[in-house]
Design a protein around this ligand. Structure first.
Ligand SMILES: Cc1cc2nc3c(=O)[nH]c(=O)nc-3n(C[C@H](O)[C@H](O)[C@H](O)COP(=O)(O)OP(=O)(O)OC[C@H]3O[C@@H](n4cnc5c(N)ncnc54)[C@H](O)[C@@H]3O)c2cc1C
Length: 200
C-alpha cells in the first residue's frame, strides 16, 4: 500500500500550523479557563472549508474521506489544538447524514453545517450503555408521520452549543430483537425546537 500523501492531503495536514498562528495556546487557555466554546476558531475552520471535508461537493462539502479528516485532526493536534467537536460533528454526524440521510436532510442540513451556520453533536452513550451500546434503551415511537424519542443520553460533547444532535435510538427494544444490532435508527434532532431538552 502506498501511504505517500498527495499535494491536497499534505496541505490539509499542514493547515494546523496556520491555524495555530492565529489561535495560539493563550487563546485555548483563555477559553478553557472560562469554559467557553472557541467560536472564532470554528468560524475560521468553516470559512477555510474544512467542516465539510467528508461531505459530497453537491451538498457544500469537499467530497473527501476519512483519511483527509484524520490528517486534518492529526495536523491540528500536532499544534496543540484539541478538536473533539470535529469528531462528533463533521465526522460522526455530517458524514453519516451524507451517506445515509434522506434527500431532505442532506439538502436542509449539510450545506448549512458545512458553512458553519449550524453545529452538530452526536449522542449514543447512555448511563446504562457506554461501551456496550447494544444495550441502548432510548426508544423512538412512530406517531403518524413523526417519531417521538424518549430516553437519557450522557457525556455528549458540545450538547451545550450544538443546534442539532444526531441521536442513536432504537425502534425496537434490545430485548425484542433477534440480532442485537437490529432496530437502530439515527435521528437528527433540532435542539432549539420546543420539545427537545438538553443539559450540558
Ligand atoms: C471526553 C469524553 C467525551 C465524550 N463524548 C461523547 C459524545 O460526544 N457522544 C457520546 O455519545 N458519548 C461520548 N462520550 C462517552 C464515551 O463514548 C463513553 O464514555 C464510552 O463509550 C465508555 O462508556 P462508559 O463511560 O459508560 O464506560 P463503561 O462502558 O462502563 O466502561 C467502564 C470500564 O470498563 C471497561 N470495559 C467495558 N466493557 C468491557 C469489556 N467487555 N471487557 C473489558 N473491559 C470492559 C472499559 O474499558 C472501561 O475501562 C464521551 C466520553 C468522554 C470521556
Amino acid at each position: 500500500m502506498d501511504f505517500t500523501l498527495n499535494d491536497e492531503q499534505r496541505q490539509i495536514y499542514e493547515y494546523g500550523g496556520q491555524l495555530a498562528q492565529k489561535f495560539d495556546n493563550d487563546y485555548w487557555l483563555r477559553h478553557a479557563r472560562r469554559h467557553e466554546f472557541p467560536h472564532e476558531m470554528f468560524r475560521q475552520i468553516a470559512d477555510d472549508g474544512f467542516l465539510g471535508i467528508m461531505v459530497p461537493e453537491e451538498y457544500g462539502g469537499a467530497g473527501l474521506g476519512m483519511t483527509e479528516m484524520a490528517l486534518f485532526m492529526e495536523g491540528t493536534a500536532n499544534h496543540g489544538i484539541p478538536l473533539l467537536m470535529m469528531v462528533v460533528g463533521p465526522t460522526m454526524s455530517l458524514a453519516h447524514i451524507a451517506s445515509h440521510g434522506s434527500e431532505f436532510h442532506k439538502k436542509e442540513l449539510l450545506p448549512a453545517a458545512c458553512r458553519g451556520d449550524i453545529q452538530f453533536c452526536f449522542a449514543i452513550t447512555e448511563p446504562g450503555a457506554g461501551s456496550n451500546t447494544m444495550k441502548a434503551t432510548t426508544l423512538a415511537k412512530r406517531r403518524g408521520n413523526r417519531f417521538s424519542l424518549s430516553g437519557e443520553k450522557t457525556f455528549i460533547t458540545g450538547a451545550e452549543v450544538a443546534d442539532y444532535c444526531l441521536v442513536v435510538a432504537r425502534t425496537k427494544p434490545h430485548t425484542e430483537v433477534s440480532r442485537k444490532t437490529d432496530g437502530f435508527t439515527l435521528f437528527a434532532v433540532d435542539l432549539k425546537k420546543k420539545g427537545s431538552t438538553s443539559s450540558g
